[in-house]
Design a protein around this ligand. Structure first.
Ligand code: ASP
Ligand code: MG
Length: 411
């Protein structure tokens, strides 16, 4: 008998029929003698609908009240799911975040889990019930409801698996796993059988949307093997696990991209201590996420600073930068929207020289100009004009032999 945590995303529970189908699937596992904890998202589209409703009330909806609203989506699915299980003749219990005592900090709409009281869950499991937990929500020390940030149900599932020392943690979604590239861009993209936590963290931060990044961080910290797979097939998905030797032999395991970015350059800023802090502190305080930052030296005591933000933050950021420049001085501020970041990721890069150079050659062969570059031990990212995104991804995917039709890489 195993203790299994299974999480189903919004598209898996999008309507009553789907909820019943998922309930049957979970029931099948319970019938094999396993103890089952099920974590659910809200029905697809619901959380977005709530956000839109809230915006009709207040320009910047109060975060505490926002969480009270957002938490309702998952309340609906867990209740319906428990009914579906009971309707099929098995016992179940639905539980909200505060009932499980998923304690979080007080950062409304992006709270972090501090602790989970697993005794409650164990008691229900020992009674033979399927335990159905609302994803994405928790409660503060003061009993205020919180949510964990968009996509947070993955994190709930991994956190529960860690707290219960579950034998398996499965994340069910509408794709069959993690791919070597977006299958909508590369029709020969291949499902990755096993990927390390670190490579998955990079992929998730660089644009792959299949797993929420915080859940991967948590899985790594608590060594929870995570199986990402499809709700709609029985096919094995992708295992996100600790690194092994085989992974190291794969130099590049995936190509990913993120569109909708913008670039801002401050030319000829004074090269003195404290400049970067004066520029980036107000930007971060405004809640704007800065991604890549590049600083280059120029002749004299001057430097150029270029960084990227989400396109949707572009106007706001440029406005702030112009204000900052008025006090610190700079030759000019320029920028553009319509850029994309294309990245290659692989733990094997640690032991291979020349991967970045190879990437640059591939892009140059396609006539794609590289605007910015950033690297880590296990990834190389290039900023390019957005219209070349697909071309770049396909060229890199082929050049690094990742496709299905590449016999050298077949498993
Ligand atoms: N329902 C929440 C969202 O749409 C949480 C989740 O689905 O993981 O972001
Ligand atoms: Mg999700």
């Amino acid at each position: 008998m195993a203790l299994i945590v299974q999480k189903f995303g919004g598209t898996s529970v999008a309507n009553p029929e789907k909820i019943k189908a998922v309930a049957r699937r979970v029931l099948g596992k319970a019938m094999e003698g396993n103890q089952m904890v099920v974590v659910l998202s809200a029905m697809a589209g619901e959380t977005n609908r709530f956000v839109a409703l809230a915006q009709q009330m207040q320009d910047f909806p109060d975060p505490r009240e926002m969480d009270v609203l957002l938490a309702t989506g998952e309340q609906v699915t867990v209740a319906l799911f428990a009914m579906a299980v009971k309707g099929a003749g098995h016992d179940a219990v639905s539980l909200l975040g505060d009932q499980v005592k998923i304690k979080t900090d007080t950062m409304h709409t992006k709270a972090r889990i501090l602790s989970i009281d697993s005794d409650n869950l164990r008691r229900y499991l020992d009674q033979g019930k399927i335990v159905v937990v609302a994803g994405f929500q928790g409660v503060t020390e003061e009993d205020d409801l919180t949510t964990l940030g968009r996509g947070g149900s993955d994190t709930t599932a991994v956190a529960l698996a860690a707290a219960l020392a579950a034998d398996q943690c499965e994340i069910f979604t509408d794709v069959e796993g993690v791919y070597t590239a977006d299958p909508n861009v590369c029709n020969n993209a291949r499902k990755i059988e096993r990927i390390s936590y670190d490579a998955m963290l990079e992929l998730a931060s660089l644009g792959a949307k299949v797993l929420d990044i915080r859940s991967v961080g948590l899985a790594k910290r608590y060594k929870v093997p995570v199986h990402v797979r499809s709700t709609f097939t029985e096919t094995e998905g992708t295992w996100v696990v600790e690194e092994d030797d085989q992974m190291e032999s794969m130099v590049v395991s995936g190509v990913t991209y993120s569109k909708g970015e913008a670039r801002i350059t401050l030319s000829a800023v004074k090269d003195t201590p404290g400049m970067a802090a004066r520029i980036f502190t107000p930007i971060s305080q405004a809640g704007i996420v800065v991604d890549m930052i590049i600083q280059n030296t120029r002749a004299g005591d001057l430097t150029d600073l270029t960084f990227t933000v989400a396109s949707s933050d572009y106007e706001r950021t440029i406005g702030m930068v112009e204000e900052i420049v008025a006090t610190i001085g700079a030759e000019k501020v320029t920028g553009s929207k319509g850029i994309a970041k294309v990245s290659i990721v692989g733990v094997g890069m640690r032991n291979h020289a020349g991967i970045a150079a190879q990437m640059f050659s591939v892009l140059s062969r396609e006539g794609i100009n590289i605007q910015m570059i950033s690297t880590s031990e296990i990834k190389v990212s290039c900023v390019v004009e957005e219209k070349y995104t697909e071309l770049a991804v396909r060229a890199l995917h082929d050049a690094f032999g990742l496709g299905n039709n590449n016999p050298a890489m077949a498993e």
